[in-house]
Ligand binder design. Structure first.
Ligand code: AMP
Length: 696
């Protein structure tokens, strides 16, 4: 009686699986007889409808819908209100899990109590805890959280006759991308490295098709589907269907009807591949990053495993074939593989060793290629380094001090010693801010916890405190502190992380004046000179999209200006994120760098004095009329506009400093760092821009 299930709680779809009576992991169909349950909830009925029915309501443009909430797991900012009740991503996930549990119980005819749930490898502590909490709310005892790619490795990887293999797992789902290098031996699946992007998935491919269709339709009829949420939904649905068609055929026909207007368009696969090149390129770069981190090359991989619905796109398969020199492994259903892996782990947790006398099981379609014998052990890693905020040795700044390096097998534990000033016993308290991230700048990391330790004895002016941190098998964090000279453990209290952390970007003695979070208007000024063509523009677009995702559009308007020889207002400042996304997708590089006129235009557009105003300039070179651009920037700053200048390629940091409001507001990003740089800026803006203020 399998009371222990494995659950793939996905961004777009969820799947539940369990070992059957023959020892085979098997997907449990839902009440509609389908293996996959869309992670969509419709609140227009009591109780709320989950799955296909909810997805259909969404398609019809109903607004009582919650979907795509998984990326917000653990976020205190994300809340949806239905029928007078607030739901965060954990509550919503609990509804999905509850539904999966109910359906599985109905199908199996016995209660389902325990579960293994999968999460993306880069889920941080808060997201993992939120996932466990969602399980608890759904009435499940969550015995273990495992990384999705690890689950996939388990499902694919139970070995053929004990051969050791090193594989790359390329997981492109609906909303997230995850890439992992893992070594699979007869005894264990060890993850060597991971990389990923929580904002990249099939939906981005849909968005580009939808934008393309909306623009055509608007040009032909004067009706812009982007202006109307119902029409936009319809176009997004058609876009996704066209994408599926393009996985089978070389061209797709799409008919859009809005009101009396009806138009048909033809989209060729080749055109689709050009249109979405930037997205594919981002997955390529992250894949290279994971490979590099593992110290391996394509040639040394034994194979590539595909996971996630979006890997059905031929562009993914041809990329893998080109790089790896072989076709990706076949025979496993890319939608089900993670849940099947979770079911294998569930069986291990339940104490059913896989190497017992049970029959060997096979996975996959009619011609399974792998006989899965049973891994006994999963060695997982966390893709975030864990550390603490400390004052730098010279006392000039706060730094992020990594304690457990990322990509070490978990459970993992390590400790560091810090100095604490006791002030003759007046300071018996120590606050530790826990970080996840790689940067030495605390604001570039996520601060995931505040631990207050008390009971420090003033044995000296400065005492040494050992801070120990650990990741348990679920990737959940523990912290302990001990006073070194007395050897006694300090008492600990966990406190909420304050919303305002901008002081971490200031010198430790600086006491920031409180500033309210104002309505904000931001103009992005993007360099589209010829030198941006290809990878730089692709990366810039990706970074800007990630930036948009982090903006709070309830209080923020964002506009887009591009500059080459010509300066173009691509999007007026708007709180409609899709308009800015569409404008970003349109950028075409050409010509030189007329930054000066771009800043002037932005100044005019930032004339709303009732708002906090920002210009975020991105450039890869030295502008045409550098002096005049610097003058324009000075004038804008004089008018109260905060300027952030980000350089890449041939940009000159000294010059960027002349444009930006502060030194922290001028950043040079090397290839691959741009997304992080923009993320930092989004965070600073969200926090009220205090760390961009001039320091005294
Ligand atoms: P997952 O999160 O793994 O369930 O993947 C869902 C994503 O896969 C969605 O963006 C789907 O549109 C996409 N998808 C499913 N089937 C196909 C297909 N045949 N071709 C392209 N994308 C697909």
């Amino acid at each position: 009686m399998p009371t222990f299930v494995g659950i793939d709680l996905g961004t777009t779809n969820s799947v539940v699986a369990a070992r059957n009576a023959y020892g085979r992991p098997e997907v449990i169909a839902n009440r509609d007889g389908r293996n996959i349950t869309p992670s969509v909830i419709y609140f227009g009925s009591t109780p709320p409808a989950v799955g296909d029915e909810a997805k259909e309501w969404a398609r019809l443009g109903n607004e009582q819908i919650a979907s795509f909430f998984k990326p917000h797991m653990g976020s205190p900012l994300y809340r949806l209100r239905f029928d007078g009740r607030d739901y965060d991503a954990t509550d919503l996930s609990a509804l999905i899990l509850g539904r999966l549990k109910e359906d599985a119980e109905a199908k199996l005819g016995s209660p389902v109590e325990h579960a293994v749930i999968t999460v993306p490898a880069y889920f941080a502590d808060a997201q993992r805890k939120a996932t466990m909490e969602a399980g608890r709310l759904a009435g499940l005892d969550v015995r273990r959280i495992i990384n999705e790619p690890t689950a996939a490795a388990l499902a694919y990887g139970l070995q053929k006759s004990g051969v050791e293999e090193t594989v790359l797992i390329y997981d492109l789902g609906g909303g997230t991308f995850d890439v992992t290098v893992a070594r699979i031996t007869p005894d264990e699946v060890a993850v060597l490295s991971t990389a990923g992007d929580r904002d990249l998935g099939g939906k981005d491919w849909d968005d580009l098709i939808a934008t393309y269709l909306a623009e055509k339709f608007a040009a032909d009829t004067g009706l812009d589907p982007l202006d109307d949420p119902v029409a936009l939904n319809e176009v997004l649905t058609l876009a996704e269907q066209a994408k599926w068609t393009l996985s089978e055929r070389t061209s797709a026909r799409i008919t859009i009807q809005i009101g009396q207007q009806r138009k048909s368009y033809e989209l060729a696969r080749a055109e689709f591949e050009v249109m979405t090149f930037a997205l594919m390129d981002r997955t390529r770069r992250l894949t290279e990053e994971a490979l590099e981190e593992s110290g391996l090359t394509w040639k040394r991989l034994s194979g590539v495993l595909l996971v996630g619905g979006s890997t059905r796109m031929p562009m993914v398969r041809s990329y893998v074939k080109e790089m790896a020199g072989q076709d990706p492994r076949a025979g496993v259903n890319v939608d089900e593989v993670v849940a099947l892996g979770a079911a294998i782990q569930a069986a291990i947790e339940a104490g059913e060793g896989a190497d017992d006398a049970r029959p060997r099981f096979t996975l996959g379609g009619k011609q399974p290629q792998y006989t899965l014998a049973g891994a006994r052990k999963v060695v997982d890693v966390m893709s975030h380094s864990l550390g603490a905020v400390a004052v730098s040795p010279d006392g000039s700044s706060y730094v992020n001090d990594v304690i457990i390096r990322r990509n070490l097998p978990i459970p993992a534990e390590d400790r560091k010693v810090y100095l604490h000033e006791t002030h003759g016993g007046r300071n018996e308290k120590l606050e530790i801010y826990l970080t996840q991230g790689e940067s030495t700048r605390p604001l570039d990391c996520s601060v995931i916890g505040k631990y207050v330790f008390t009971g420090i004895r003033a044995t000296d002016a400065e005492v040494r405190v050992d801070v120990a941190m650990s990741y348990d098998v679920n990737g959940v964090v523990q912290v302990h502190a001990t006073q070194r000279d007395t050897g006694h453990a300090l008492q600990m209290k966990v406190e909420a992380v304050p919303d305002d952390l901008s002081w971490l970007g200031l010198p430790p003695s600086f006491d920031p004046a409180r500033a309210p979070a104002d309505p904000t208007r931001i103009y992005l000024l993007m360099d589209v000179s010829a030198s941006m063509a290809g990878t730089p523009l692709v990366e810039a677009q990706q970074a800007a999209r990630a930036f948009l995702d982090k903006c709070d559009f309830t209080s923020t308007e964002v506009g887009l200006i591009s500059f080459s020889d010509e300066v173009t207002l691509q999007a007026e400042a708007t709180d409609n994120v899709r308009k800015v996304q569409a404008a970003l997708a349109r950028l075409e590089p050409d010509g030189t760098t007329n930054l000066s006129d771009a800043i002037e235009l932005a100044r005019q557009k930032l004339n709303r004095l009732d708002r906090t105003r920002y210009m975020v300039i991105l450039t890869d070179g030295y502008p045409d009329a550098a002096e005049s651009a610097a003058e324009q920037a000075a004038r804008a700053r004089g008018e109260g506009v905060e300027i952030v200048a980000i350089g890449m390629g041939d940009a000159d940091l000294a010059y960027l400093r002349r444009l930006a409001s502060t030194e922290e507001g001028s950043i040079f990003a090397r290839q691959g760092e741009l997304v992080g740089a923009f993320g930092h800026i989004a965070r600073v803006i969200a926090e009220g821009g205090r760390s961009l203020r001039k320091l005294p």
